[in-house]
Design a binder for this molecule. Structure first.
Ligand code: ADP
Ligand code: MG
Length: 606
């Protein structure tokens, strides 16, 4: 099959920043020739700065799904830092003010983000709100720090030949920064750190099952958000020249929240255009003044009701659904495709040794003992079943093994190592991967991105290298992409690689999940009811597919499954869990005939 192997980030994304830079040159010339009035240039500059600030909030809210009501505080920080630096640093004022605004913005944003380690949604919003309030009412009021009173005056800088004295040159300068931020933002979303954010937005458990250190990545999102907002604040200070604290009041934070949501959470062009329009329209259509504060919330409500992801998200989904249909029509039946064997498998294990040992695990929820002193063992390369009636505690035991649930007592050993207390993402990096009873994929990311996400811990380049595409980044990304496409090929879904997961059928999503589970070359795959939600026809293929996974990747399987024929076909031995306790274990066919197992299943079909 002919296919695109160039990573998408080595082309394409450069175009938009080039256009923005071209605009900068154009405005610079228009300003120099007097064709653009100073007042107009200033207004457009505000729109550009608003665009930068919107990108910073979009990074946090749109990509990472974290909420912040303190965006104006970061903007204010950048402005006040700039005011302070300009009045003290003389001719190095410009570079120093930009640098310090970015650094201080990043540091303070991490402090604001600390509650995000624990809090989510509304609670996080309240925590950031408290911070914004503190800045609004106290920090920005401290005379010594902010120099407030009648406002801080910022003189416009010039370094050597660069005079940023006129509004048109400042506008050109801001546009160049917009181009840079845009470029970095695009890069971010095409490397592992960006994919990690999308996974966190979707579901933190899914993210850590892919090997993403959730807390760390959330902090990184706050850091980047604060850095960009600090930059915007600095540019804003040079434009307004007189900084007063009312420009950074709470309602400004809310205004940007609306801008980003209406523009479309996660849509780069969407939020920039939205920010520009929200800024420019009230200036250009003066009758809108005052009304914009009615129109904006109305737009917010309409967006949230009609399509929480905004218009760009909606359009993307429609496009993907259409593409799915078109590509399906042009190709023969998917289910009939025979998966081919990939050549990158690890050599089969020759000796069987202990891989996973679970000893005396108990888990309680309030008064309920969901798992009761359960022990089990999986040797290298083995396929072991875990069966039992609904509510027996199977999924809970999986959660203990993969690190999502802390047991009340008992230990988990993997390759002889006690991992009872290891965080989930570390277990994934050690070689334990899992699927969920409900599809555990990033639904709003493409198939190929999901498969690359599943290789998160194998792509060990740093953030700076990633953003600048230095070092091994390109090679590692390209390899991971090739691996992803190979796996998609194997499950017969390579044609849909660039479509978002959400447009696929449940059965297809299940297959993608399986591919993700082996993408990181794990030693052990935990499968939680993989046939759930599959059509009978697709489920029939599953046994074959699981057996192939096992041999191709010489990985061990621990399989929770209700469909007993599937267990019989895939597994050699099985454990039976009932009311949290292991009541039987041994060869599948023998175990399912035991009277206590049959009794446990009374009322359910074995
Ligand atoms: P299974 O996967 O075997 O169907 P589960 O492990 O999902 O069973 O659930 C075992 C028992 O624990 C059930 O009674 C379920 O209601 C309960 N349970 C599971 N998760 C939680 C939770 N987070 N909080 C409270 N009870 C839970
Ligand atoms: Mg379950």
């Amino acid at each position: 099959m002919k296919r695109e192997t160039t990573p998408k980030w080595s082309r394409g994304p450069i175009e938009a920043p080039i256009w923005v830079a071209a605009l900068a040159v154009m405005f610079f010339i228009l300003g120099a020739t007097g064709a653009l009035s100073s007042a107009q240039a200033a207004i457009i500059d505000y729109a550009v700065i608003a665009g930068i600030l919107a990108l910073s909030l979009n990074l946090l809210m749109g990509y990472a799904g974290q909420i912040s009501l303190a965006q104006a505080s970061f903007l204010g920080l950048g402005s006040f830092v700039t005011g302070f630096v300009v009045s003290h640093a003389g001719s190095f004022g410009l570079p120093l003010s930009l640098l310090l605004s970015v650094v201080i913005g990043a540091i303070i944003a991490m402090v604001v983000g600390l509650p995000a380690m624990r809090l989510r949604g509304v609670y996080l919003a309240i925590a950031t709100f408290a911070f914004a309030d503190a800045f609004d009412n106290y920090i920005f009021n401290i005379q010594k720090i902010s120099g407030l009173g009648s406002g801080v005056t910022v003189t416009r800088p010039h370094i050597g030949p660069f005079h940023l004295k006129t509004d048109a040159t400042l506008l050109a300068f801001s546009l160049l920064w917009l181009a840079i931020v845009w470029l970095l933002d695009t890069r971010l979303m095409s490397i592992r750190y960006g994919r990690a954010l999308l996974a966190i937005r979707e579901d933190e458990q899914i993210a850590s099952s892919f090997g993403v250190p959730v807390t760390q990545e959330k902090m990184r999102a706050f850091l980047m958000c604060g850095a960009i907002a600090g930059l915007a604040g600095s540019l804003y200070a040079y434009q307004v020249q007189v900084i007063v604290k009312s420009s950074y009041a709470l309602q400004i934070s809310l205004f940007y929240l609306i801008v980003v949501v209406v523009g479309g959470l996660g849509s780069r062009p969407g939020v920039v255009v939205s920010a520009a329009l929200f800024t420019l329209l009230p200036y250009w259509f003066t009758f809108l003044k005052g009304w914009d504060f009615v129109i904006a919330p109305a737009l917010l409500i309409i967006t949230l009701v009609r399509n929480p992801g905004g218009l760009p998200d909606h359009l993307q989904r429609l496009r993907d659904a259409r593409e799915l249909k078109r590509r399906r029509e042009t190709k023969e039946d998917i289910a009939g495709l025979r998966p081919k064997v990939v050549g990158t498998e690890r050599p089969a294990a020759t000796v069987t040794e202990e891989l996973l040992r679970v000893e005396g695990i108990s888990v309680t929820f309030g008064g309920l003992r969901a798992v009761n002193d359960a022990s089990l063992e999986v040797t290298t390369g083995a396929a072991v079943g875990l069966i039992g009636p609904n509510g027996a505690g199977k999924s809970t035991l999986f959660n203990v093994i993969s690190g999502f649930e802390k047991p009340r007592s008992g230990r988990v050993f993997f390759e002889g190592r006690d991992i009872t207390l290891a965080p989930a993402h570390e277990r994934s990096a050690l070689g334990i991967s899992r699927t969920f009873q409900h599809v555990g994929l990033v639904r709003r990311a493409t198939l190929v991105d999901n498969l690359m996400l599943a290789q998160h811990s194998r792509l060990d380049y740093g953030a700076i290298a990633g953003l600048t595409a230095l070092g091994d980044t390109r090679r590692l990304e390209a390899e991971s992409r090739t691996n992803a496409l190979d796996l998609l090929d194997e499950i017969g879904l390579a044609d849909f690689a660039d479509l978002r997961v959400e447009v696929l059928s449940t059965g297809q999503q299940r297959l993608v999940e399986l591919a993700c589970a082996v993408a990181s070359r794990p030693r052990l795959v935990l499968l939680d009811e993989p046939s759930a939600g599959m059509s009978p026809a697709a489920a029939e293929h599953l046994a074959e597919q699981l057996a192939r996974l096992r041999t191709n990747f010489s990985t061990a399987l621990l399989l929770i499954e209700h469909h007993i024929p599937l267990v019989t076909a895939v597994c050699d031995t099985t454990y039976v869990l009932d009311a949290g306790a292991v009541i039987a274990s041994g060869p599948v066919r023998k175990v399912i005939k035991q009277p206590e197992v049959v009794t446990a299943y009374v009322g359910e079909a074995v």
